[in-house]
Design a protein around this ligand. Structure first.
Ligand SMILES: *[C@@H]1O[C@H](CO)[C@@H](O)[C@H](O)[C@H]1NC(C)=O
Ligand SMILES: *[C@@H]1O[C@H](CO)[C@@H](O)[C@H](O)[C@H]1NC(C)=O
Ligand SMILES: *[C@@H]1O[C@H](CO)[C@@H](O)[C@H](O)[C@H]1NC(C)=O
Ligand SMILES: *[C@@H]1O[C@H](CO)[C@@H](O)[C@H](O)[C@H]1NC(C)=O
Ligand SMILES: *[C@@H]1O[C@H](CO)[C@@H](O)[C@H](O)[C@H]1NC(C)=O
Length: 460
């Protein structure tokens, strides 16, 4: 059996060869032999080889090494701080080759050990910037042997900040206790969160480790209607921090279901939204002890506005635009010491009813063509306040003859050209009222609209 070094993508490893079989053991620092790959070896032989190798690793290669040099560094470092670690030569050290023959290249910067023993060199990389640091231990020994190296890339970051005090509730449709917290600053390193709990009277402790900022305490791990303390510890390679404890009665944290919005009552400028609230059964529900929040926005806007004077089961929103859709959502808290708000309802649309149009039409006359026409822009919905069914057009001839035309929106021609902000409406050819050519005509739309004057193109 013979051993040789394997250098693969900067990771030191070991290859052991027998006549027909080959075992490859990737060696990572300090965790030697945790991954063991066995190829082309039959069952019993495979187990024997694996056992021998583990024995070999345990007895001679602990902590795990490259064959001649190993990198003894933590996987993470504190950005901006000095980073210390060591390089180690595997015994027996080659002749004339000791700790002082070890050098370190840290991101290309060349360092000598600040301390050494016959087989170890200790190094400090000053004020290492992040986010990564590439380290190479080099053994520079006399003789024809090539210099030995090992490589490791370590990740920079920060110790965790203390997490916020966790907040827990039991969702309306289940029995487990859901807890959430915020992590504080970003440590930029993989960070574990350990959620701990303990019943204050019975000392029934438990914990769960997650990598997220929320965790679920299963129903069988806590008592209902009893006091429990909950806290979180954040932990990464650079340290750990604990949140403050929160203590509550598990009976007080049942989240109510979202309210159910019933049919709204709509007016041209007001909307009355109503809903039903169902509180968890064990809570005494006096309607007056329920508190609700409502939010709304017009459909074409997207920022929620907080409703004022929201009652326990209704909300009147006034001063709205007619014939417009408003979106609503509501949430409520049932009585109880924790006053847990339900989730928001789904967004609920309600439309105000129509009102008579307001405002002034932007009207002009088009006398460029033989086919003279009166032209106007469509009203925006804030002024139209409903679906425009038609227009009344008053035509007044120079002699004082006045005719009112009742034109439905559907029969109006679409105006071509014009500025982009003018809508597609509306063009009424004046051949329509019949034979006005060659006369001066005045015409206006019903209401207080400025008349436009049409002259004959043949008469100028
Ligand atoms: C040098 O490194 C070794 C291995 O990490 C460590 O055990 C030892 O305490 C270090 N010595 C000094 C002086 O830092
Ligand atoms: C970091 O290392 C430098 C040089 O190696 C030393 O002068 C300095 O005091 C060290 N800083 C800390 C905080 O240990
Ligand atoms: C090996 O180390 C010696 C002594 O420091 C150095 O002169 C030589 O360049 C190194 N060889 C290689 C291949 O890195
Ligand atoms: C006014 O004009 C209309 C349409 O051209 C016509 O039918 C009507 O007789 C006229 N009325 C008067 C009083 O001239
Ligand atoms: C205009 O015509 C529509 C449909 O024919 C009718 O319903 C409406 O009452 C008319 N309006 C006037 C002011 O004549």
């Amino acid at each position: 059996m013979k051993m040789r070094e394997q250098w693969e993508q900067g990771k030191p490893g070991m290859v052991m060869e027998t006549e027909q079989q080959m075992l490859v053991i990737p060696v990572t620092r300090r965790q030697g032999g945790t991954g063991l790959f066995v190829q082309n070896v039959s069952g019993a032989m495979q187990q024997l080889m694996a056992f021998l190798l583990l024995l070999l690793l345990t007895c001679f290669f602990h902590p795990a090494l490259g064959l001649y040099v190993s990198c003894l560094w933590e996987e993470s470092f504190h950005i901006g701080h000095n980073v210390s670690g060591a390089c180690q030569i595997h015994r027996p050290t080659p002749p004339g080759c000791q700790g002082q023959s070890l050098h370190l290249a840290a991101d290309g910067q060349f360092l000598l050990p600040y301390h050494h023993t016959p087989d170890t060199g200790n190094f400090t990389v000053p004020a290492a910037p992040g986010p990564h640091l590439h380290l190479r231990c080099e053994l520079h020994c006399p003789g024809p042997e090539p210099n030995k190296t090992c490589d490791i890339t370590i990740q920079g970051g920060y110790p965790p900040s203390p997490p916020s005090r966790p907040q827990c509730h039991i969702p309306s449709d289940e029995h487990n206790l859901h807890c959430f917290w915020s992590p504080g600053g970003d440590p930029q390193l993989p960070t574990d969160y350990i959620l701990h709990w303990e019943h204050t009277e019975t000392e029934f402790p438990g914990s769960i480790t997650v990598t997220t900022t929320n965790a679920i305490i299963p129903r069988k791990q806590f008592y209902v209607q009893s006091y429990i303390s909950v806290w979180v510890i954040a932990r990464n390679g650079l340290g750990s921090e604990q949140s403050q404890k929160t203590t509550f009665n598990t009976g007080d944290v049942v989240k109510p279901r979202p309210p159910v919005i019933t049919e709204p009552i709509a007016y041209p400028t007001n909307l009355l939204i109503m809903w039903d609230v169902t509180c968890p059964t064990h809570m005494m529900t006096d309607m007056d002890d329920i508190s609700c929040q409502a939010q709304y926005h017009r459909q074409d806007q997207d920022i929620w506005t907080e409703g004022e004077d929201v009652a326990q089961n209704a909300f009147l929103l006034e001063g709205l635009q007619a014939f417009s859709v408003y979106m609503f959502r509501v949430r409520c808290a049932c009585p109880g010491s924790n006053q847990l708000m339900s989730d928001w309802t789904d967004t609920y649309p309600a439309r105000t009813t129509e009102a008579a149009p307001v405002g002034v039409l932007d009207v002009w006359c088009d006398s460029r063509e033989i086919d003279q026409a009166v032209v106007w822009k469509e009203l925006p919905v804030s002024m139209a306040r409903g679906i425009v069914l038609g227009y009344l057009v008053a035509v007044e001839r120079a002699g004082g003859n006045r005719t009112v035309l009742n034109v439905s929106a559907a029969e109006l021609g679409v105006r071509n050209g014009g500025s982009a902000d003018a809508g597609p409406c509306c063009r009424l050819p004046l051949s329509h009222p019949g034979g006005n050519r060659g006369r001066r005509v005045r015409l206006h739309l019903s209401g207080p609209h400025k008349p436009c004057h049409l002259g004959s193109p043949h008469n100028r």
